[in-house]
Design a binder for this molecule. Structure first.
Ligand code: C2E
Ligand code: MG
Ligand code: MG
Ligand code: MG
Length: 285
């Protein structure tokens, strides 16, 4: 009897598993057409200077508007893309589109503005990555120094020597390199010293706990201080409360992004925001 019940349970479990994998296969098949069907767009989140509140640039965050499912979250489709070479197409599409938008904003007079684009680990398996990125930037006609690429420590751990050498080539072009989600993985400062990085992004999980956990506060201020010793700019992610902003400001953090300042917004809203004068006037901090 118990055996029969167990058998039934397995059958139900198998069935759920089967449906889930069918679901994933379907989503992946749809994702293959997302670029050509114009279902992807970018949301831009402002990156704010903590000393004067000016917008220094925007992080480009990919969005997928599925014809039937509506908006699919990056955490639900990027892992699928990362299993295949699809992620390279997506990341290069984001870079190309963000460069075109940036060109537009530079032409409108906001010439100091930069964009920050996420680069998945898999891109470093592409032997022509540097060449392709250079071509995209040249074609868009934006200065390399206004482009920042965000790479996680985890991505660098996959094939450390090759990835560092690729990052050095990108850095030689004048492109800025940021280490994303810092603090979540290996976070060795000795390791950080070996990277041709310009900035470090403190992960949201630390920023979140700044005002409630002494550990998070201590770690955050240590990352800021030691990052500065290495000559890096520090960017805090996921700032939601003014107490967090105050703490970061008081500890010399250079830049911040988060819902306290602005949710990610569409390109046309960025254009309006810039026209309203936020960048030059600075928000009340
Ligand atoms: P990330 O690079 O660490 O990006 C920051 C994430 O935090 C974004 O989530 C952003 O919307 C969210 N965020 C920003 N401020 C706040 C806040 O105050 N509170 C909260 N709760 N969240 C905040 P999103 O857009 O869902 O992206 C998730 C991750 O997906 C990104 O983390 C990045 O790793 C990846 N991603 C997004 N776009 C791309 C892309 O074009 N290419 C690649 N390779 N990865 C991307
Ligand atoms: Mg990022
Ligand atoms: Mg991040
Ligand atoms: Mg993060």
């Amino acid at each position: 009897r118990a055996k029969a019940a167990g058998g039934t349970r397995y059958m139900i479990f198998d069935d759920v598993m089967h449906q889930q994998s069918m679901e994933i296969l379907r989503l992946e098949a749809d994702l293959r057409h997302a670029i050509s069907r114009h279902e992807l767009h970018i949301s831009y989140q402002p990156i704010i200077r903590l000393d004067n509140g000016a917008i220094q640039g925007f992080e480009a965050l990919v969005r997928w508007q599925h014809p039937e499912r509506g908006e699919v979250k990056p955490r639900d489709f990027l892992p699928l893309a990362e299993e295949t070479e699809l992620i390279q197409q997506i990341d290069m599409w984001v870079l190309r589109s963000a460069c075109a938008d940036l060109r537009h904003w530079h032409e409108a007079g906001h010439t100091t503005l930069g964009i920050s684009v996420n680069l998945s680990a898999r891109n470093f398996q592409n032997m022509r990555l540097v060449e392709q990125i250079q071509a995209i930037i040249l074609e868009a006609g934006v200065p390399a120094k206004s482009i920042q690429l965000e790479i996680t420590e985890r991505a660098i751990m996959t094939d450390t020597e090759r990835t560092i050498s690729t990052l050095e080539q990108l850095s030689d072009l004048g492109i800025h390199i940021a280490i994303d989600d810092f603090g979540t993985n290996y976070s060795s400062l000795a390791f950080l010293k070996r990277l041709p990085a310009n900035s470090v992004k403190i992960d949201r999980s630390f920023v979140n706990d700044i005002s409630t956990s002494i550990d998070a506060a201590t770690l955050t201020s240590a990352i800021i201080a030691m990052g500065h010793v290495l000559g890096l700019k520090i960017i805090a992610e996921g700032v939601e409360q003014s107490e967090q902003q105050e703490f970061l400001s008081n500890h010399g953090c250079d830049l911040a992004q988060g819902n306290l300042f602005s949710l990610p917004i569409r390109a046309n809203q960025v254009t309006n925001l810039l026209a309203s004068g936020w960048q030059s006037e600075s928000v009340a901090l």
